[in-house]
Design a protein around this ligand. Structure first.
Ligand code: SF4
Length: 317
């Protein structure tokens, strides 16, 4: 089985996908907590998928350690749950999001990360502090986006701007607004571009007494919604480049799957502050991950059924 994340990991350090085949870090970062909640909500069969997203965050927060310097873990979990609820409620306008069927890539099965869009395109949710041209370029070279070439389908990135992360809270309009001290009107941005004076009270989504519709209406009236949730179409690759990408993915996947010995460590990558390799606490010190040093065994993947399997790519002879 191959996934876009497997190839992203291989691009980062060839040791990472080999270790990640058997182990995952027990603790979760706040971003992992949020994205797992959102995924649960987007695919939920429930009448209230936003609630499911928040519930998933809370259940993970009590069952797994969270990587944070915050002592108020309950506050962090409730904040993240409220944010996941709001995002899923905004994005899920209909039935549960579905992924396309896995496809055969070379000798292996490719399990997609993206979802099918209502218009026959692929879509994937990108969570970010802020959106920029640099970030858009980086996302376009992420295998989660490049898998559009494997499916030969256009892709739309559903970009959700979370705002900066400080003190266990996200400081963006999906999770933070301001309440007028008297009227209790919810606002996000002053129309003259100035700052709210000190008498306005900060209001986080989880503390807001109104409902989601009121929060959304206030975001819309202050013109912050279109900067917070935006659609970024990714142009399909022209056919020659597409073939090269598919061949490259198949060859990388084949190499990763046939590697059993641990490749050499890449010390320059281990402590990358942005990527934060999950094995940085043991691997650079030549210790293997185990249950006793903060890791969980990854369950073996279920074998795909015949219905799930579509032959798509065959390497050229
Ligand atoms: S800790 Fe370093 S060597 Fe080990 S998998 Fe991560 S990046 Fe590679």
């Amino acid at each position: 089985m191959g996934t876009p994340q497997l190839l992203n990991n291989d691009d980062f350090c060839r040791r990472l996908p080999i270790l990640g085949r058997s182990w995952e870090r027990e603790s979760l970062s706040p971003m992992q907590l949020l994205s797992r909640g959102i995924e649960a909500g987007l695919t939920s069969e429930s009448d209230d998928p936003g609630q499911d997203a928040g519930d998933r965050v809370m259940s993970l927060a009590v069952s797994r350690p969270i990587e944070t310097a915050q002592s108020d873990l309950l506050g962090l979990a409730e904040h993240t749950a409220a944010l996941a609820d709001m995002i899923v409620w905004l994005l899920r306008t209909g039935s549960p999001w579905q992924r396309p069927a896995p496809v055969r890539l070379g000798n292996h099965l490719w399990e997609p990360d993206s979802f099918l869009g209502p218009d026959g395109t692929l879509r994937r949710v990108v969570l970010c502090d802020r959106w920029s041209e640099d970030r858009a370029t980086a996302e376009s070279f992420d295998w989660r986006t490049l898998e559009a070439a494997i499916y030969d389908m256009p892709m739309t990135l559903v970009v959700v701007v979370l705002g900066a992360s400080r003190d266990g809270r996200r400081h963006g309009p999906l999770s933070k607004g301001y309440l007028h001290p008297v009227s209790q009107d919810l606002r996000f941005r002053k129309r003259d571009g100035g700052d709210f004076c000190s008498t306005w009270n900060t209001c986080y989504r989880e503390d807001f007494k109104g409902d989601r519709e009121e929060w959304l209406e206030a975001m819309t009236e202050d013109g912050v919604l279109e900067e917070t949730v935006l659609l970024h179409p990714v142009e399909p690759e022209e056919s020659t480049l597409r073939e090269v990408l598919v061949l490259l993915a198949a060859e990388k996947l084949s190499r990763v799957r046939s590697t059993s010995a641990l490749p050499e460590p890449q010390f320059q990558q281990c402590f990358d502050p942005i990527r934060q390799c999950p094995f940085r606490s043991c691997c650079p010190y030549f210790r293997m991950p185990s249950e006793t040093n903060g890791f969980l065994r990854v369950p073996a993947p279920h074998p795909a059924t015949a219905q799930e399997t579509t032959w798509y790519y065959r390497p050229r002879a």
